[in-house]
Design a protein around this ligand. Structure first.
Ligand code: MN
Length: 740
């Protein structure tokens, strides 16, 4: 049997020994009065404690490189700029990050702020360091300033998605910590903006990583910088309460020390205090005065076994009066994020409420060090990427909740970790953030904006450059969608999209729009087939037509038309069965004078597809291919693809022609050879627009002085196209123009 012996352990955080009873370790969140200034010497001391000589040499080399790059630059405080990267590197070294991370920390602002390029860093320090520095430079370019607070969550996710290497995030946090520690020198407005961003974005990320010390320091530094008066008032209140409680804490501690051994429990006892900002948040959100915030003071008890947790709970409940409704058993009802602990609030001496957390060493390890433990204290022989994978899978098991308001005593309850989500985050032109599944395209984005935007999309601009609808998006892209009234979803779009919303909207459109259009097309095809048998469809008895449809297995005549329209049934066969019926009742049908082709008006929408191999437009000789389930596809008469298909599938080719009454515009492709150079594309595009044609896609290849442009354009007919080609040939930099 063990001799119960409560032990006291020193906490790593800044303590205020004069306000605490001897022997009690208190985890305070009070900000350190001053931080020792980091120098190359202090950095190298820290580094030497865990890295070998070769690594130290490389780190010194990175320092020299960074020092030279930043030469002549100064911080707002007047110090040479290099003091900042050194401080950031020292914070990272305190976390025992690997040599690449320390080097990247020293170089983190070189690519963004000096003439050094990513390539320079790559050549001198290798791909790992240059990739990390590149990741950091990218993060530097996004800032939340103009974005609204409701977007903070998306913003955090976006940062994580952009930084695919955990080291990038850790260094970014160290960077932010040092900037917050030295924020005093900035003007108030800027101070406040950075502080709010830290509260909304960076502190929650630190908490997700389990970097609790950092999390608390970021919270309180930001609180002080953003709301200096409130910070002052609240710290005075806490200081006063702390003075009063000096004696109380000592008595609680003594009582716990007596009670636990009596219950046969071997325990370590810690006292702790809530972060100022968390107290402030709780007062604000729950509209409480300071005196009603119960969990300002807490005691954590670490025991050996799960059974000990409950024994300790029993012992405490016999020693202090429980506050009703404040007990939570996160051991029996484990949280999905892996957190386990018993929480209970008890009334201490002098009616001071105290929150107790009781847990085993193992539970403590998960709750306190979280993910960071995997990264920061890796053991020999473990590779960083293995650890990252491990951490990643661990993170994946953690739950998702709406708000992480940041209560350090309880925040594991709320930990929300989706580090490196399988999503991309992009901006709308006005700066709203949208999240889309990874590999999502411009078309997914269009549907995320609005169903109509998706349905009418013809092209996109990504970061200002023209892009196709199936272009994949990356986090941070600014995306704009070009629409046209004549556009509508195409079946091929289903292969462009990744998001469920886009997929179902496209399906929905194709299905409903298609039905009406298919009926109309099917009716025309059916009438044409009847005509070729010498029957005038308009003179067919409608009852007989219905019966014939049902005889051949369709629900009714309209369904029969629809099925013909989408190519599930062949019009000539259906016409023949009607003809057989009609032969028995000659009075029900009348002989047609001539065979008529199906007339295309251009408003058939999804029932008619214009083959992309030959892009027929009015004026071209055309043939129609009725493909099962796809409706009617139009080809130019001499299209090689069509001729090849016709050999195999002659039954499904039908006569078509253009109607006299055409609707809308038609797509076709043209190619130009031009003199390469700035402005040529613009001139050509302007001429196309001036000729009253639309551009729906463009591709450009340049080879030396020669440029090749390919446009998908929308024109009314062949005459319009011919006019356009003539206009283009007149341009000075254009050598040849032709239809593809
Ligand atoms: Mn920096």
């Amino acid at each position: 049997m063990n001799t119960p012996d409560p032990q006291v352990h020193a906490a790593a955080l800044a303590a205020e020994p004069d306000s605490t009873p001897a022997g009690v370790a208190v985890i305070y969140t009070a900000l350190p009065e001053s931080t020792q200034v980091a120098t190359l010497a202090t950095l190298m001391d820290t580094v030497a404690s865990y890295l070998g000589e070769e690594d130290q040499r490389r780190i010194r080399d990175a320092y020299r490189f960074g020092d030279e790059a930043h030469l002549g630059q100064f911080r707002s405080s007047g110090e040479p700029y290099i003091s900042h990267p050194i401080a950031v590197a020292e914070i990272c070294a305190g976390w025992k990050l690997d040599a690449e991370s320390i080097m990247a920390a020293l170089l983190h602002d070189t690519v963004e702020d000096t003439s050094v390029s990513k390539q320079d860093v790559h050549e001198r320090f290798g791909s790992q360091v240059s990739e990390i520095v590149d990741g950091l430079s990218k993060l530097d370019r996004v800032s939340i300033d103009s974005r609204e607070a409701r977007q903070a969550e998306s913003f955090r996710k976006m940062l994580l998605a952009m930084a695919r290497d955990a080291r990038v995030i850790l260094i970014k946090l160290a960077d932010r910590l040092h900037n917050m520690r030295t924020i005093e020198v900035l003007p108030p407005a800027k101070r406040r903006r950075i502080a709010v961003e830290t509260l909304q974005v960076y502190a929650p990320i630190a908490s997700r990583l389990g970097l609790y010390t950092l999390y608390r320091e970021l919270l309180d530094l930001s609180f002080r910088a953003a709301y200096p008066k409130r910070f002052e008032v609240l710290s005075k209140a806490v200081r006063a309460a702390r003075g009063n409680r000096r004696e109380t804490i000592a008595r609680v501690y003594a009582d716990v020390q007596k009670a636990l051994p009596k219950a046969g429990v071997n325990a370590k006892v810690f006292a702790r205090e809530k972060a100022l900002y968390s107290i402030y948040q709780k007062m604000r959100l729950k509209r409480l005065p300071f005196s009603k915030v119960y969990d300002v003071y807490g005691v954590r008890i670490i025991v050996e076994t799960v059974l000990d947790c409950y024994k300790a709970l029993g012992a405490l409940h016999m020693t202090f009066k429980p506050i009703p409704g404040r007990f939570k058993d996160y051991i029996a009802l484990g949280k999905e994020n892996g957190y386990q602990s018993l929480h209970t609030s008890l009334m201490g001496p002098s009616n001071m409420p105290i929150e107790f957390q009781i847990r085993t060493e193992e539970m403590q390890r998960i709750a306190e060090s979280g993910v960071a433990a995997h990264w920061l204290y890796k053991s020999e022989g473990e590779d960083f990427s293995d650890l990252q994978k491990l951490a990643h899978s661990w993170l994946k098991t953690l739950i998702d909740i709406e708000h992480n308001t940041g209560d350090p005593l309880e925040f594991m309850d709320h930990v929300k970790v989706d580090l490196f989500p399988d999503e991309v985050y992009v901006f709308t032109p006005v700066g709203d953030i949208r999240s889309l599944p990874r590999h999502a395209t411009a078309l997914d984005f269009a549907y995320s904006v609005h169903t109509d935007v998706g349905n009418k999309a013809v092209g996109a601009r990504i970061n200002g450059a023209p892009a196709r609808l199936n272009e994949a998006l990356s986090s941070g892209d600014v995306v704009e969608i070009l629409t046209s009234e004549n556009a509508h979803p195409q079946p091929v779009w289903l292969s462009y999209v990744r998001s469920g919303k886009a997929r179902s909207e496209i399906r929905h459109f194709l299905k409903t729009m298609r039905y009406d259009e298919s009926v109309a097309l099917g009716r025309r095809l059916f009438q044409q087939a009847l005509a070729s048998l010498g029957i005038d469809a308009n003179a067919v008895d409608s009852e007989m037509a219905e019966r014939s449809a049902r005889d051949s297995g369709a629900a009714d005549l309209l369904s029969l038309y629809a099925e013909i329209g989408i190519g599930k049934r062949l019009a000539p066969l259906e016409a023949r069965s009607l003809a057989l019926l009609a032969r028995g009742k000659p009075e029900a049908a009348r002989i047609m004078p001539r065979l008529a082709p199906v007339l295309i008006r251009g408003d058939e929408r999804s029932a008619v597809t214009y083959a992309s191999c030959c892009s027929p437009i009015p004026g071209d000789q055309i043939i129609g291919h009725l493909r099962g389930g796809h409706g009617l596809t139009l080809h130019r008469n001499r299209c090689k693809t069509a001729l090849r298909q016709r050999e195999r599938d002659a039954d499904r080719f039908i006569d078509v022609d253009w109607s006299d009454r055409l609707e809308g515009v038609f797509r076709t492709r043209i190619e130009l050879s031009v003199t390469a150079g700035r402005g040529t594309l613009g001139k050509v595009a302007a001429e196309i627009a001036a000729s009253d044609a639309n551009i729906s896609d463009v591709a450009m290849h340049e080879q030396g002085k020669d440029g090749h442009l390919e446009f998908v354009i929308e024109v009314r007919d062949r005459t319009h196209l011919a006019q356009l080609l003539r206009n283009l040939r007149r341009l000075p930099d254009v050598h040849t123009v032709s239809r593809v």
